[in-house]
Design a protein around this ligand. Structure first.
Ligand code: ATP
Length: 208
């Protein structure tokens, strides 16, 4: 279980969210909605260990994660292009996050719905949807327990969105807990098992 307890999230002295209580269970997809600038990305960054909370704690199965919990909590961003090194092929990017034992490329690409023929291309040689699926493959290669998805379909057309959502659903069926942030409320309602709203300082159940 990925949990936030009495979490305060913000920048400098400015708190965006306070008293956040949150639980994401393995295999569960939790939607997270709220106005632009309310702190959703900032919360995800704290949950992933990229930034520190102003107060409170993040727990995995009841204990604080190690200092670099990225292996257990992977973050997926709106722009896969900005999160991929343009100098590396997709295969090289994925290998950086893979366990030393190596990668079962066929199995990984099947899970991420990524054509193996694309692995030796560079980011500029694939579409946004293909690159987002490569980013998912890179995240899954690290065998994370939790996926934090930040507007990951915002730049995609409906077909690419459906493909990406299917991979996220498969990851949840395989046991990953997912926190899915989007401004697309119908999409969140369709994808998530339950939806939380950051419109108030503490997260509360959203009625979509
Ligand atoms: N590193 C930073 N330093 C200072 N302020 C920041 C930093 N990152 C974000 N902010 C500010 O924190 C607020 C919340 O930003 P955040 O990206 O978390 O919101 P959001 O809910 O994800 O918004 P959106 O839905 O538009 O993506 C914004 O006012 C933003 O300008």
């Amino acid at each position: 279980m990925l949990s936030a307890r009495s979490l305060a999230v913000g920048h400098g002295r400015t708190a965006l969210l306070t008293d956040v209580e949150l639980d994401v269970a393995p295999g569960e997809i939790v939607g997270l909605v709220g106005p632009s600038g309310s702190g959703k990305t900032s919360l995800l960054r704290v949950l992933s260990g990229l930034t520190r909370p102003l107060a409170g704690e993040v727990l995995i199965d009841g204990t604080p994660p190690p200092k670099r919990p990225q292996g257990r909590v992977a973050m997926l961003f709106q722009s896969a292009r900005r999160s991929c090194d343009p100098r590396l092929t997709l295969r090289q990017s994925i290998e950086l996050c893979a366990p030393k034992a190596g990668v079962d490329w066929d199995a990984l690409c099947a899970r991420a719905d990524l054509q193996t023929a694309l692995l030796d291309r560079h980011p500029h040689q694939v579409s946004d949807g293909q690159l987002q699926r490569a980013a998912i493959a890179r995240a899954l290669a690290g065998q994370p327990g939790y996926l934090l998805c930040d507007e990951m379909t915002a730049a995609l057309d409906p077909a690419a969105t459906a493909a990406v959502v299917a991979t996220v659903r498969r990851a949840a069926v395989d046991g990953a807990g997912v926190l899915f942030v989007s401004h697309d409320l119908p999409l969140v309602a369709a994808v998530a098992d339950r939806v939380l709203d950051v419109a108030e300082s503490s997260l509360r159940k959203a009625h979509l």
